[in-house]
Design a binder for this molecule. Structure first.
Ligand code: HEM
Length: 129
């Protein structure tokens, strides 16, 4: 039965796609912040809070998806992705890659929280909360 392995591999690879989506939402947040004017109009403030809210939702779903798809990936890694030529060294490579990933995601979360405070202040001002 080929369906189960194909499904498992698709879910495993979707871990990478979700990472790309998280990276894209980080880039979106960064651009939103960089393009934010020094003296914003009420329209620009509203635009900021709405887009921030939308991107935040996308980033949260991507993160949940990354962790969820990471579980079958690690469970079935030996069955479908293990490279004999690389041997045990690939385990070290996976750990190093993930340390780098966690550092990047951590930096993103810090930046996200910073922008979140700005969005909250604006929402308070706009009477949205
Ligand atoms: C913020 C969290 C994470 C990010 C951004 C992330 C990102 C990535 C990326 C980009 C790859 C592909 C690397 C490559 O093909 O060279 C990968 C592979 C992998 N991830 Fe994650 N990952 C995260 C969390 C997790 C978690 C929680 C697990 C396990 C429960 C996991 C298990 C794996 C496995 C088994 C692989 C395949 C090995 C490899 O190709 O390096 N990941 N991850």
């Amino acid at each position: 039965m080929l369906l189960a392995p194909a499904l498992i591999m698709s879910i495993s690879y979707s871990h990478d796609m979700a990472t790309a989506l998280l990276a894209a939402s980080g880039a979106g947040l960064w651009m939103l912040d960089r393009r934010y004017p020094d003296a914003p109009t009420p329209g620009a403030e509203l635009f900021f809070t709405r887009v921030f809210h939308g991107i935040t939702r996308l980033a949260k779903y991507s993160l949940i998806w990354i962790v969820a798809a990471g579980v079958p990936r690690i469970l079935f890694y030996r069955d479908y992705e293990w490279a004999d030529a690389a041997g045990d060294l690939q385990v070290i490579a996976i750990i190093i890659k993930h340390i780098v990933m966690f550092l990047i995601v951590g930096t993103g979360l810090f930046y996200w929280a910073k922008l979140g405070r700005k969005a909250r202040e604006l929402k308070l001002k706009q009477g949205m909360i």
